[in-house]
Design a protein around this ligand. Sequence first.
Ligand code: ZN
Length: 282
Amino acid sequence: MRQLNKKLRKEIQRFNLEELIEKIMYNSFSKDSKNRREPFENWFDKKEKLIPNLICECNGQYGETKIDWRRHGNSSPFRNFRDFLSERDDFRNVKDCEIFDSRINTLGTYRRMQSPGEITLYIDNIQVFFWSIICEMICHKKYIFTREKIEELAKLCILKTLYHELFHHFIDVQSRFMKDFHLDNYIDEALAVACSRHMVGFEAQGNQAFVSDFLELAYSYKLPGYCDWIEYKSDEQFLLKLSEYITILKPLSILGQEVTPITESMLYSIFENPNIDFRIQT
Ligand SMILES: [Zn+2]
């Protein structure tokens, strides 16, 4: 698999990635009175290094954020990234297959195409998810983060959810081609996580330890379906399973045609031309 071309980046610009990074890193929301938030100030020293004592509390080997999120305007009821990767009882509407990832402890959702499809990112949850991973890395692995590294990881954290939801859009498009397509939520989620991990891997600059340690935590899913992504960890496993799942290429496969390159092209062509509305929600 390859990195996406500039066209998708243009689509992502509709989402305004830089602004989202600022929201997560600095809590910089609009200044009107309704959405006013106290920004994170002085979290970096003069050498542009993150000051861990301001943010993290290390209990034993694991870390937690010691931030009073509500005082900072964040309304997420969650406090740790594991809350988003593990099962909870309070599903919003798990049977509603018009909306993917519609759990309360979600980072994003995808609503199937009614005219366009709709991707929503839950920015307060993503902010808690992000900073709690950073604290875990500081406490557990003694990382020292610069502003630049934090920015890079915040970007990957947003793209993680964006690509996951884009994959649901791809499956939504496929389901319009095939009358007898059987949507399997478990396979869908496993492949969405795998797809996101592959795409985020391309976006990461170089192969640095702080990135791979961050991603290892960010993708440590325990949720049914989602956690099966590790079966599709390699490009080959992912594309083979995806080719089998979407079935549209089955007649060609029977004739001896290698279908994974076609599947890959189809995936990218949808990613580069998504029929999507993007929304941000706190
Ligand atoms: Zn999903």
